[in-house]
Design a protein around this ligand. Structure first.
Ligand SMILES: Nc1ncnc2c1ncn2[C@@H]1O[C@H](COP(=O)(O)OP(=O)(O)OP(=O)(O)O)[C@@H](O)[C@H]1O
Length: 232
């Protein structure tokens, strides 16, 4: 079966232009493959390149060499070389990303922030708002906050808004960058349940989970991200 997301020989280096063009190799020869319904946890020491790999998988960074193949509309789309419009379309339909921090949009109410990706995928507005409210409640975000912009929310509240926005549309592929970093035990357990429900529905997940309990509860396997200095 064609994986939901895979990389082939993915390499990435940063060039520090302000420091005489010093080149820092971060990723080299990364061959990752994630199937439908599978959760793969990126694993490796601090600075190994886990977040860099996640950003490549979302199409934020171009790859130095190699391919990033997303199964989208029944075909494989190479996010490393795709036209930006194709990347935006793939993100709308196929590829979700829950980053650690909410990118706050000024003056937009929380429930609209959560509903927006569903509306972009064609869900009628009323239904999208109802689903947003239900998921925010499940994540224990009090109703009185749903109509407010999240700029003044606590770190954990903002993370739950981000999680609701990422999980509500039901993307076929989901990238999770430390989704429980700011959460207490009760809310961590809810996120574990959401991840396992998404897997059961066929979602392919790649995540960075520093919390060992969460990792063990959701990951089917670990994928080693090796520091390039060590790998060389
Ligand atoms: N935009 C950038 N420009 C230059 N160097 C960068 C850039 N982004 C990351 N790096 C470097 O790439 C390396 C990998 O960073 P990355 O954040 O991907 O590691 P990580 O495995 O996610 O670490 P952690 O577990 O601490 O979050 C680090 O040495 C970092 O300094």
């Amino acid at each position: 079966m064609i994986p939901a997301l895979r990389t082939e020989g993915l390499a990435k280096a940063f060039t520090l232009h302000l420091q005489g063009g010093t080149r820092i190799p971060v990723l080299g020869g990364v061959d990752l493959a994630v199937q439908r319904g599978e959760c793969v946890a990126l694993w490796g020491p601090s600075g190994a390149g886990k977040s860099t790999l996640m950003r490549c998988l979302y199409g934020n960074y171009g790859a130095g060499t190699g391919r990033i193949l997303l199964r989208h509309r029944g075909e494989e789309l190479d996010l490393a070389t795709a036209d930006p419009r194709a990347v935006i379309e793939a993100r709308r339909e196929t590829l979700g990303y829950v980053s650690q921090f909410l990118r706050v949009i000024p003056r937009v109410a929380t429930r609209d922030i959560v509903a927006e990706p569903m509306i972009a995928r064609g869900v009628p507005r009323e239904e999208a708002l109802a689903r947003a409210t239900a998921l925010l409640r499940r994540l224990n975000l009090p109703d009185r906050l749903h109509g407010l912009p999240p700029a003044t929310f606590s770190g954990g509240e903002q993370q739950r808004v981000n999680l609701a926005r990422g999980f509500a549309p039901g993307y076929p592929v989901l990238l999770l960058d430390e989704p429980t970093a700011s959460l207490d035990a009760a809310n961590r357990a809810i996120v574990v349940a959401l991840i396992n429900e998404a897997k059961a529905q066929g979602t392919a997940i790649v995540g960075i989970f520093h919390d060992a309990e969460v990792r063990e509860a959701v990951a089917d396997r670990l994928f080693d991200v090796l520091p390039q200095q060590d790998a060389a």
